[in-house]
Design a protein around this ligand. Sequence first.
Ligand SMILES: [Zn+2]
Length: 203
Amino acid sequence: MISTIKHSLFGLTTVKSFLLDDGELVLVDTGYSGRCAQNILNAVRKIGRRPDEIKLCLLTHRHFDHVKGLRRLRDLCGFKVAAHQAEAEAITEATGVEVDVRAEDGDFLPFAGGLRIIHMPGHTEGNISLLAGRALIVGDSIRGNRGSLRPPSRRFSEDYGLAIQSVLRLTELDFDEVYVSHGRNIERNGKEQITNLIKRLKM
Ligand SMILES: [Zn+2]
């Protein structure tokens, strides 16, 4: 089961965290502040669990709205922290927290039923998506848009051309749901939605 936790961002938009529950809990991204951290703790309690049951926190990339809640949560929960190895130093610099698991493309992390790391450089150098069963968590690699999908933000991507190349790779994977950090998640036919997005990108 995956819970989506929404954090208001400047009162204008939202950024999300995801809580994976497969007996043990895995948190994906932390929001940008202590208030986001509190939001996450509330969501954990709401499903009847304790913060110390979060065993791993996986960060999709280094941007502040994904990592700045990390310090407070790690100190409280004591979980291990994972990110792509190319992202680890920037995350430590931004948060003061060491990355325990420096992952690479194709790595399989034995948490919450198994998590496969998909390296998707471009948005940032060590940006990743995550495959958990039939769910693909893409972070900022793709954005939601009222039930369909949009390419990543050109303005906030380090190398937009490379970010698009990374999106093309997603056709190699099998999944149904697509969880995006900004915009609406796709609850079914996610692969079809990504195929449609790629067709539009190639036009
Ligand atoms: Zn980002």
